[in-house]
Structure formats: structure tokens, C-alpha cells
Design a protein around this ligand. Structure first.
Ligand SMILES: NC(=O)C1=CN([C@@H]2O[C@H](COP(=O)(O)OP(=O)(O)OC[C@H]3O[C@@H](n4cnc5c(N)ncnc54)[C@H](OP(=O)(O)O)[C@@H]3O)[C@@H](O)[C@H]2O)[C@@H](O)CC1
Ligand SMILES: [K+]
Length: 246
């Protein structure tokens, strides 16, 4: 793990800015689609449905989406999981008013008949039972989180922490509650079974417990020259894979 390539939160934000700047011209929607698609692939790789009983195949993937772009990745991931034969259900307690785009992602989930719990759903924990839930996708906060955690997320993450030994959690980009550079330095903080780093792992990923947490990189959208400019080598993705297990 010492050879792991990581970039600081500052650099990650710079990479995003340049990818979406006037020279390169990616849109946020494009990158988020690829990011969410990667996370869905990581769920498939880690929790394959092949050889599962019908009851196991019917288990929910419970996606919790936060108010920013990490949450957007979760909404996209849920749609792809449905296409991949999973049974996702989305909890999106604080919906972003930032752009029309987030509303469109919710419309798309409705179109795919993926249940999206109402914002003030009080019984959301009812959907989280080991016998009914394959895994939880933690798309609450990513690299822009700054502690201390505000409500309603503090209470939500505290509940997830109580469940995480019984239901595996897949964290998108940064485990929720972790400082992107320094790791789990404040509470509450999720201890994921799977981490999917996007574009390139952030320094906090060096604090995962290797035996406990499977680590994937996803978000396969940069060429070699661009990676080298930011001080890392591209990851050795195979074939058409959108994820690589590190
Ligand atoms: N190239 C890539 O790799 C790509 C990466 N992408 C993804 O984007 C992620 C970064 O997204 P992001 O910048 O929107 O920030 P994110 O972490 O979702 O959080 C911001 C929200 O959280 C809130 N908030 C913050 N602190 C809080 C607190 N203490 N308590 C409560 N709320 C708090 C904050 O609220 P505010 O402070 O603004 O009121 C705001 O609403 C990145 O990790 C990756 O997953 C892709 O989608 C695109 C390609
Ligand atoms: K997260």
C-alpha cells in the first residue's frame, strides 16, 4: 500500500476544475455518469448476483445520497445497479437545489422504477435489515466535507455506524465523516467494507484497514499525460473495466 498513488483534496479539486474547464470541457454530468457507473461496477464485482438464490437477488442495495456531487454519484449508481439486475432503493434526505440536473437524476430514477424515499422519511431504518439488505452505498459526503457534521446527516451516519458490522458499506470516493487528507479524525465516521476512490485515491484512503476494506479505483476518464502532469501514473484498468481493485 506504500506505493499507493494519492492526491490531496486541493489537488483533487484542481483536477476536477481543469477537467471541467474551458480547455478540456467535460461537463459535471459526464464525469458524474462515469463516476456513478464505476461505483455500480464495484458493487457488482464485490457482491456478484451470479449463483445467488432469488431471495438473495431481491435484497436491496440501499443508496444514501448527500446534498452535493458525491450524492449525485450515488443517484447515478442506483440507476446503473437497476440495469445490472440489482434492487436499489434511494434515500436522498436533503435534495440539492443547486442545479436542475439533480432533479433530472431523480426523474430518471422514477423512470427506472427505483424507489426514492421521501425527504422526511422517518422509517428509513426499516429498509436496513441484514436479511433484506445486500449493502449500503455511502454517497453522503466526498472530498468537500468539512467537520463537524450537521443534521440530518449526523443522526443518519450515527445509525449507519451502528449497522456497519452487519451490513457492508460501500463508500464513494471518501468514507463519510473522514477528513479527505487526514482520515477518520472526527466522529461520526463510517468504516466501509469497500471504498471506491474516484479518478485517483485521496490521502484518507491510506487509513483504511487493508484486511477490512476492499479498495477500488474508478472514474476512468483521464489520459496518461494528464495523470503525469498531476504526479501519478494512470491505473492499469483491464479491457472495458471502469474499476480496478487495488
Ligand atoms: N473527478 C472526480 O473525481 C469527480 C468527483 N465527483 C464527486 O464529487 C465529490 C465532491 O463533490 P462536492 O464538491 O459537491 O462535495 P461533497 O463532498 O459532495 O459535499 C458537499 C456538500 O456537503 C455539504 N457539507 C459539507 N460539509 C458538511 C457538514 N459538516 N455537515 C453537513 N453538510 C456538509 C455541503 O453543504 P454546504 O457546506 O455547501 O452547505 C455540500 O452540500 C467527489 O468526492 C466525488 O464523489 C463526481 O461527481 C464528478 C467527478
Ligand atoms: K462518501
Amino acid at each position: 500500500m506504500s506505493a499507493l498513488k494519492v492526491v490531496s483534496s486541493k489537488l483533487a479539486a484542481e483536477i476536477d476544475k481543469e477537467l471541467m474547464g474551458p480547455q478540456i470541457g467535460f461537463t459535471l454530468q459526464q464525469l458524474m455518469e462515469l463516476a456513478g457507473f464505476s461505483v455500480a461496477q464495484a458493487v457488482c464485482r464485490q457482491f456478484p448476483l451470479k449463483d445467488k438464490t432469488e431471495a438473495e437477488k431481491g435484497k436491496h442495495v440501499f443508496v444514501i445520497a448527500g446534498p452535493g456531487n458525491n450524492g449525485g454519484d450515488g443517484l447515478v449508481c442506483a440507476r446503473h445497479l437497476k440495469l445490472f439486475g440489482y434492487n436499489p432503493i434511494v434515500y436522498y434526505p436533503k435534495r440539492s437545489e443547486r442545479t436542475e440536473f439533480y432533479k433530472q437524476l431523480v426523474h430518471q430514477l422514477n423512470f427506472f422504477k427505483v424507489p426514492v424515499l421521501s425527504q422526511d422519511e422517518e422509517n428509513w431504518l426499516e429498509y436496513l435489515k441484514p436479511e433484506k439488505t445486500l449493502c449500503i452505498v455511502d454517497a453522503i459526503f466526498g472530498f468537500s466535507y468539512k467537520p463537524p457534521m450537521r443534521e440530518p446527516f449526523r443522526s443518519i451516519v450515527e445509525e449507519l455506524c451502528k449497522l456497519q458490522d452487519r451490513i457492508p458499506i460501500v463508500s464513494v470516493d471518501v468514507p463519510t465523516g473522514w477528513d479527505v487528507d487526514k482520515g477518520p479524525i472526527s466522529q461520526p465516521a463510517i468504516n466501509p467494507a469497500v471504498l471506491v476512490s474516484l479518478t485517483v485515491p485521496k490521502p484518507c484512503s491510506t487509513y483504511i484497514r487493508e484486511k477490512h476494506t476492499a479498495h477500488y479505483v474508478g472514474g476512468r476518464f483521464i489520459p496518461r499525460d494528464f495523470a503525469n502532469k498531476y504526479g501519478f501514473e494512470p491505473f492499469g484498468y483491464e479491457s472495458t473495466d471502469q474499476i480496478l481493485k487495488l
